[in-house]
Design a protein around this ligand. Structure first.
Ligand code: DC
Length: 220
């Protein structure tokens, strides 16, 4: 079974998908981490996102995979553990530009489908139910108010010892939402056949339980 979870930045997809995968014994596929890893490598190699030839070369010469037993899910880029670096401010600021070019999307979507072929996957991103796995058995579109998402991000940053104002985070989220939804290739939108899950007033446990129950119902 494939569970496809899409939604805007900060809607809680990653932590939810991971927890759902653990409860069901499924693989967790964090496709945002893949786009972040390509962004990191491009920045390290000074490859501009508009330089299609160099970007294609970089993507074609990249090996990426995930390691670890959940809740640990380490992102390995060309043999190097980049799990921390891909969450840096620098990568977060640039990822919307690097995830948009067709050369990047085609290569990563192919890898994602290969992982999906093995079955029993909870995948999360922006185009899981629309482009990558349009036939997924369960599609969830997760949303939450911008304020709720900014407050969650603020707590995540606090854990890393970083102080950010809610206003600044709202501006960041709005900018990323706009870029993700308005880009030409695979923009973010609610896919056909998806269940809308608004997590603004739900606890983390409630949102996980909703998806686990929906999946179990389908497996009966
Ligand atoms: O979920 P995230 O914040 O880690 O995603 C990082 C970026 O990657 C985000 O700006 C949107 C993009 N992304 C995408 O375009 N398609 C996906 N399937 C997953 C993420």
């Amino acid at each position: 079974m494939i569970i496809a979870i899409d939604g805007p930045a900060g809607s809680g997809k990653s932590s939810t998908a991971k927890s759902v995968a653990m409860q069901l014994g499924f693989v967790h596929l964090d496709t945002g981490a893949m786009y972040r890893a390509i962004t990191l490598k491009s920045l390290e190699n000074s490859v501009d996102y508009r330089d299609t030839d160099s970007l294609k070369q970089l993507v074609d010469s990249t090996e990426m995979w995930f390691e670890g037993v959940l809740p640990e899910n380490r992102t390995i880029l060309d043999g190097r553990d980049v799990s921390k670096e891909i969450r840096s401010d620098e990568v977060t600021k640039n990822v919307s530009d690097y995830c948009a070019p067709l050369v990047v999307r085609e290569a990563l979507v192919e890898q994602q489908r290969k992982i999906g072929e093995r079955g029993d996957v909870v995948c999360e991103g922006r185009d899981m139910g629309s482009v990558v796995f349009p036939n997924a058995e369960l599609k969830i579109y997760m949303v939450a108010s911008v304020e709720a998402r900014a407050i969650r991000r603020q707590k995540d940053f606090e854990k890393l010892g970083v102080t950010k104002s809610v206003e600044e985070l709202i501006a960041d989220i709005n900018e990323r939402d706009h870029k993700d939804s308005s880009r030409e290739n695979s923009p973010l939108y609610r896919p056909d056949g998806s269940v809308l899950l608004d997590t603004t007033d739900l606890t983390f446990e409630e949102q996980v339980q909703f998806i686990v129950d929906s999946a179990r119902e389908l497996m009966k």
